[in-house]
Design a protein around this ligand. Structure first.
Ligand SMILES: [Zn+2]
Length: 280
């Protein structure tokens, strides 16, 4: 399997919100997505980054508030579908989109992938499904981003079919073998959003990537076990679980230095991997 790390647009927010004790200046948070090209299962994505739909969906109040809090910069060439053409891939070539969680910056381009199955932990969407629309903003959820045929294309992870993970993944003990061949393992990373799923993915040269989504916004948070500002707790459904997940990530980071740990919005990390020679 080939793995490419890309991003579609970015938002800005003060650094001290993303990491306790950070500076007051605004920094960029790229909206990462990853491309997997698997010899058997074809092209697949982890999340999608931003698309124009974000702007369509946040035109009116109160959802316009979303734009104010996280101003988004996005250009035509940033669209995931436009970046995929560099890999000779058409949108309908994407067979699966693994969804970490349903915050807008991770799912905005879902409707572009008309042939894809959507793979996610059931409780990630289960609690949003029953939410009154007035609660959407509180959960950073824009329901207009969900494709109309979402249910028929959903392939929810069967949480009863978990596997026990070897020491290679410690302290993470259980996960989901999402393709049945061990190449992509989903693990729940609780705290930031309901049913947030991270992925371990192994490329053809044996390198292992750990996509941790928003379990930490910056790699520095993992290294120093330093959480975001307290104000971010308003966004998290379980702040205590967030702290525990962050601690586990720190422990993983130092015991498995050979694994590439990729937070979805860490600009330094995304830049480093986007320019890495193993891409393409
Ligand atoms: Zn998020």
């Amino acid at each position: 399997m080939k793995i490419n790390i890309l991003h579609a647009g970015y938002c800005t927010a003060p650094e001290h919100i993303a990491i306790n004790g950070g500076r007051w200046r605004a920094i960029r948070f790229p909206a990462m997505f990853a491309l997997f090209r698997h010899p058997k299962f074809g092209a697949m994505l982890f999340d999608t980054g931003y698309s124009y739909r974000f702007f369509d969906e946040t035109k009116k109040f109160p959802k316009r508030f979303y734009r104010w809090v996280t101003p988004v910069t996005f250009h035509e060439e940033d669209l995931a579908i436009n970046q995929l053409s560099a890999f000779d891939l058409r949108p309908q070539d994407i067979s699966r989109v693994f969804i970490s969680h349903f915050h807008a910056d991770h799912i905005t381009a879902l409707p572009d992938f008309t042939a894809a199955r959507f793979v996610y932990l059931p409780h990630a969407f289960g609690h949003l499904r029953g939410l009154p629309p007035t609660e959407d903003l509180k959960h950073a959820f824009l329901r207009g981003l969900i494709p109309s045929d979402f249910d028929s294309r959903s392939q929810e992870v069967d949480i009863n079919r978990f596997i026990l993970l070897s020491e290679e993944y410690a302290p993470f003990k259980s996960g989901y073998d999402l393709l049945g061949d061990g190449s992509i393992i989903g693990v729940e990373l609780p705290g930031h959003a309901y049913g947030q799923m991270g992925l371990f993915a192994r490329d053809e040269s044996g390198q292992v990537f750990f996509f941790v989504a928003d379990a930490a916004w910056l790699k520095q948070s993992i290294i120093e076990n330093r959480p975001p500002h307290k104000v971010a707790n308003f966004l998290f459904p379980d702040a205590e679980a967030y702290r525990k997940t962050l601690k586990d990530l720190q422990s993983f980071y130092f015991t498995h230095p050979e694994t590439h740990v990729i937070p979805s919005h860490c600009e330094e990390t995304i830049r480093e991997y986007e320019s890495a020679s193993y891409q393409h």
